[in-house]
Ligand binder design. Structure first.
Ligand SMILES: *[C@@H]1O[C@H](CO)[C@@H](O)[C@H](O)[C@H]1NC(C)=O
Ligand SMILES: *[C@@H]1O[C@H](CO)[C@@H](O)[C@H](O)[C@H]1NC(C)=O
Ligand SMILES: *[C@@H]1O[C@H](CO)[C@@H](O)[C@H](O)[C@H]1NC(C)=O
Length: 374
């Protein structure tokens, strides 16, 4: 207990220090490009009429400036916003589709041509391609796959090169941060399709995930990305949704084990890649360690409730998603989880600071701050 309290205090001091060092603004990198799932989506799915993975309605956004739902799966800002703020931006770069809604529709070439030019100008300081429901594997979800997100980035790069010149764009990209937050949905899907998978099936899934990650990173590298900020697979077995499905209300250890082994693979993969590609640099933030640590010592982030969702319904307030008629808690800053799957703004704020400039337990081999300054 004493050890836990000391750890909690240490984290609080650290976060206070990080918050102070962030106060002096002015972007420290030219741009930030974001890829991934609902943990990083700032509204792309609002533009997918067919998608059910969306958060463009209340109570989402209740604590966002103006209290409006933006498509973020949270009561307010999310981790990429806080990381962007720490780098001197006002928040996450805009959702790519917010300017490219027509352009996204590849069957209509005419408007694409117009919007590409406008978008290339607007996205010189970054764009967010993340899409809730997506994964590393193309087969995961039915929103914007990682492959498609990278294709959008490639289109954007082409247009920027036409406007600014290839050399300038390549210099800009080599100094920019490429943030990837993905992998949880693949694991969820794997377990919903294989109720009790044997070790061979798990191994095949693991290998497919790591080799797909490898190919996405190489594609981005070949497009000019050099600085990778990776958010690993969270402690997904402890999300309120999975607790609500266990009579005991405990975490689903099998999913946590899978997340842990994927994270081990991701760590080795990036270490290998950085040897292979000399000018590549990376920082891995451990969403897994962060959630695990907050469940043990919630007070470090001012939290009190680490099991139930703030907004939802049923057991753990997590048998149903967060919709306008849901039961929504008042003390949102005390909850680790906003809805059945996603963290609150309070959790994301703490995560953003710890990933930006925290200890190696949470971010390694270097912090995002060191990646920015490298
Ligand atoms: C894409 O464009 C086609 C042809 O213009 C149109 O029929 C379709 O509805 C569009 N899809 C979306 C999602 O906007
Ligand atoms: C549209 O694209 C064509 C060639 O692809 C180019 O010549 C033309 O200037 C573009 N128009 C606009 C408005 O960007
Ligand atoms: C990393 O490199 C080692 C040595 O070449 C190799 O055995 C291993 O399979 C690689 N692992 C990954 C995940 O790339």
């Amino acid at each position: 207990m004493a050890v836990q309290r000391a750890a909690a205090l240490h984290l609080m001091l650290l976060v206070a220090a990080a918050a102070a060092s962030v106060a002096a603004a002015g972007a420290k990198v030219p741009a930030m490009y974001v890829f991934g799932d609902s943990t990083a989506d700032v509204g792309n799915n609002d533009y997918l009429p067919w998608s059910i993975a969306r958060a463009d309605f209340p109570h989402n956004g209740v604590d966002f400036p103006g209290g409006k739902p933006t498509g973020r799966f949270s009561n307010g800002l999310i981790g990429v916003d806080f990381i962007a703020i720490a780098m001197g931006f006002s928040r996450s770069p805009p959702a790519y589709l917010s300017l490219m809604a027509t352009a996204a529709n590849r069957s209509s070439e005419a408007p694409r041509n117009m919007t590409m030019a406008a978008a290339a100008a607007a996205y010189t300081t970054g764009a967010n391609f993340a899409s809730g429901g997506s994964g590393l594997l193309d087969s995961t979800g039915s929103t914007i796959s990682m492959t498609q997100q990278i294709e959008y980035f490639s289109d954007l790069k082409d247009e920027m090169s036409t406007r600014l010149g290839a050399a300038r764009v390549s210099d800009l990209l080599s100094k920019s941060i490429f943030l990837i937050s993905a992998g949880a949905n693949d694991a969820f899907d794997f377990f919903s399709q294989n109720k009790s998978p044997d070790s061979t099936t798990i191994q095949q899934f693991y290998e497919a995930m790591i080799s797909t990650y490898d190919s996405h990173v190489k594609t981005l590298y070949n497009l000019g990305a050099r600085k990778f900020a990776v958010i690993n697979v969270p402690l997904i077995g402890c999300c309120p949704y999975l607790r609500s499905r266990k009579p005991s209300g405990e975490c689903v250890e099998q999913l946590n084990q899978l997340a842990k082994s994927l994270n081990d693979g991701i760590r080795v993969l990036f270490s290998n890649l950085s040897l292979e590609m000399q000018s590549m640099k990376y920082s891995i933030s451990s969403a897994y360690e962060l959630v695990s640590s907050l469940i043990k010592t919630p007070h470090a982030a001012g939290l009190e409730e680490v099991k139930s969702a703030c907004c939802g319904g049923g057991r753990f307030n997590a048998q149903r998603g967060c919709i306008p008629s849901s039961n929504c808690c008042n003390d949102r800053s005390k909850y680790l989880f906003w809805d059945l799957l996603h963290p609150t703004q309070a959790t994301y704020k703490f995560a953003g600071l710890v990933f930006y400039d925290g200890p190696a337990q949470f971010v390694s081999p270097i912090s995002i701050k060191q990646l920015v300054e490298a």
